[in-house]
Design a protein around this ligand. Sequence first.
Ligand code: ATP
Ligand code: MG
Length: 324
Amino acid sequence: MRVLSGIQPTGRFHWGNYFGAIRQYLALQGHEQSFYFIADLHALTTIRDAALLRQNTLDAALDLLALGLDPEKATLFRQSDVPEVTELTWLLMTVTQMSLLEKCHAYKDKVARGIPADAGLFTYPVLMAADILAYDSEVVPVGVDQVQHIEVTRDVAQRFNSFYGGEFLKLPTARVLDDSAKVVGTDGEKMSKSYGNTIELFESAKSLKKKINSIKTDSTPVESPKNPETCHLFTLYKLFATTEQQEVLAARYRAGGMGYGEAKNTLYEAAMEHFGAARARRDELALQPDHVQEILQAGAAKARKKAREVLNRCKSACGLAIQE
Ligand code: ATP
Ligand code: MG
């Protein structure tokens, strides 16, 4: 199985990124091919500060490695280190219908939130299609927000194949985890780096506590029974807890006498415990930035080799000259 996924260095990674996507990266590494990249080109639609982008990219690599991504089992690289992908993007752009991009939710949602849209944000799904198709990827582990983009990828690949009459591009499938397809943020909306509603994986203990305390709850008095099923706090707790642990907390909700403050504390403890080992590993890795750069460079060399093969296949199909 050939697996590929990307994550943007638009800010520090959060629970949504981990439970929706990164957890899958770790479960799928070691397959015939597992390619994971830091989507720095995509991030340019959000970040226009060189120092910040460099820092975020290093942080992204440190986070992924600390969480357990193993360079022996998976290829980790920076998107911008594989120029073949940007070249493939152009070929795909010429077979992508405007109407297809106009329907994309991620673009529409960002515009609706007042995030200014440029052509980069609008054509983002085409770059993403190239990211996926350049490696003959079969499975793309993502959160549910990206499923539509993978449909776009399939559509674009199909159009390319049908225009040029052959199976030049392989059609990928999204892989989404049911229980964490869309993790909610502190405001109850999709947790997103660009929405300012995240709880970060490597947040300091103090700031983690503050964020958890800011999660919206209703105004049911302490003594009254509460409904765990409609409480964001409980939904988030489920990500960390076993079924038995969930039942214990749910029973306390229903019995009354427990304030949300207590539930927040339970969530805090669970999160500290869950990411404790990764925190320690991250502190160690942060002392070896050169080692991290070497991992990214070795990853890029491997990724480029595959991308060149696919790009040449597509260029030949179009009647363009190829380079070895
Ligand atoms: P941005 O706001 O810059 O788009 P983001 O937080 O949405 O950032 P991305 O880099 O766009 O993060 O997405 C990386 C991966 O994390 C994708 O596979 C995406 O589906 C997944 N993901 C992002 N947010 C969530 C979430 N709230 N729940 C589940 N998965 C998520
Ligand atoms: Mg996103």
